[in-house]
Design a protein around this ligand. Structure first.
Ligand SMILES: *Cc1c(COP(=O)(O)O)cnc(C)c1O
Length: 395
């Protein structure tokens, strides 16, 4: 295909960066110790708090990526040798557990079904059995980007409470935050973390954490070696609007603009938009007679859809076929390599972009020899967008 027109970046992150964000970043590099920085930092902290769903938790920013934020969450809260509970519910859950293990934690990685979200009952059962309170933290991925399953963090919090267990609740919401509802305070999450390039619509290059009082208190007695990722100096200096390292200043301008966009649209509207776009995508997949990874529709993610290809069929072929139409889809990760492809519908995205993406997936599936009726998925999505309920929700 020609290089004319735009590239459709429909992987589940990085996502498409809105023009407003790009333009906000296109400026001379400022003095990061200059007088203007505190105002910028302050607006970002307040804006991010609203997205995380917290009134007063600490916001910690690093140049880096989501993985850096994962590592920061561990080194600040877990001592070497301490037990951590994690669930193998997908590739990112695995990587988070591996991060903790490499940093010296004694990780209890519970086997789980990759076609389910982490179950609150399983969390509760493990914690109830740990009467000696040896687990210091539970690691949970809010939105598992490899499978497109979303965990019910509120229910997991209730299970932890029911077990009366003091373990910290540490949540990776890299591919959820900014596209799906998150309630740090209400769910009493202790640490939540994300990256710049998914729901927050920035180019890759930053990791962010939201840190609650219990995690902060615990970090004061944690001895795991840390320097750059020690959140204490970052929090202390951020209160004055500065950073103990050179911040990714142009990213900060982009982040401020992205947060303004989210708040102008209104977070409830943003989440409703993603619910609508996701449901349309799922209806398209059903119209193609293909299955998505989550068995329970209630667990299906609103930020991405992992589509299972028919048995004996290499899902990466679909990716290669899609590339010919200037469309990038997500590959299968870990044990799902070759078995699923993923459609990203998080971040800056609207109905027509979803329809074009679905039309592109139909072309790619057709070119790979998957039998389907052209337009069937697109029509199912259009029908969803025009249902009275979807229209009322602001389509
Ligand atoms: C993308 C992602 C990560 C890793 O973030 P990077 O920015 O690639 O380092 C971690 N967890 C989840 C759930 C993700 O989607």
């Amino acid at each position: 295909m020609s290089g004319s027109g735009r590239h459709f970046l429909q992987i589940p992150g990085p996502t498409n960066v809105p023009d407003r964000v790009r333009q906000a970043m296109d400026r001379p590099v400022p003095d990061h110790r200059g007088p203007d920085l505190p105002e910028l930092t302050h607006e970002i902290v307040l804006g991010l708090r609203r997205v995380f769903g917290t009134d007063a938790a600490e916001i910690v920013l690093y140049p880096g990526s989501g993985t850096a934020a994962c590592e920061a969450a561990i080194v600040n809260t877990i001592n070497p040798g301490e037990r951590v509970l994690a669930f193998n519910s997908g590739q990112f859950a695995n990587l988070f557990a591996e991060c903790a293990r490499r940093l010296g934690a004694d990780v209890d990685l519970v086997d789980a079904d990759w076609r389910r979200a982490v179950s609150a009952a399983a969390v509760g059962e493990r914690l109830a059995a740990d009467s000696g309170h040896t687990y210091k933290a539970v690691l949970v991925v809010h939105n598992e980007t490899s499978t497109g399953a979303t965990a019910d963090i509120g229910a997991i919090r209730q299970a932890i409470d029911a077990a009366a267990h003091p373990a910290l609740l540490i949540v990776d919401t890299v591919s959820g935050l900014g596209s799906m509802d998150f309630r740090f305070d209400e769910w009493r999450v202790d640490v939540a973390l994300t990256g710049a390039q998914k729901g927050l619509m920035l180019p890759p290059g930053m990791g962010m954490l939201c840190v609650g009082p219990r995690a902060l208190e615990r970090s004061a007695s944690v001895t795991t070696p840390r320097y750059f990722l020690d959140w204490k100096p970052v929090i202390d200096q951020e209160h004055n609007g500065y950073f103990p390292y050179t911040p990714a200043t142009l990213h900060l301008f982009g982040l401020r603009e992205a947060l303004r966009m989210l708040h102008e649209e209104g977070l409830a509207n943003v989440y409703a938009r993603h619910a609508r776009l996701a449901e349309a995508t799922r209806r398209a997949v059903a119209a193609w007679d293909l299955a998505i990874m989550p068995r329970d529709p209630a667990e299906a993610s609103n930020s991405l859809t992992a589509v299972m290809t028919p048995e004996g069929f290499d899902a990466d072929q679909v990716l290669r076929a899609a590339e010919r139409y200037n469309l990038s889809l997500g590959t299968g990760l870990g044990r799902l390599k070759g078995k699923v492809f993923r459609i990203g519908h998080l971040g800056a995205l609207n109905e027509l972009e979803v329809l074009a993406t679905l039309a592109g997936v139909e072309l790619a599936l057709h070119d790979c020899g998957v039998s389907l009726e052209f337009g069937s998925g697109v029509r199912a999505a259009q029908e969803h967008f025009t249902t009275p309920a979807a229209v009322a929700a602001g389509a």
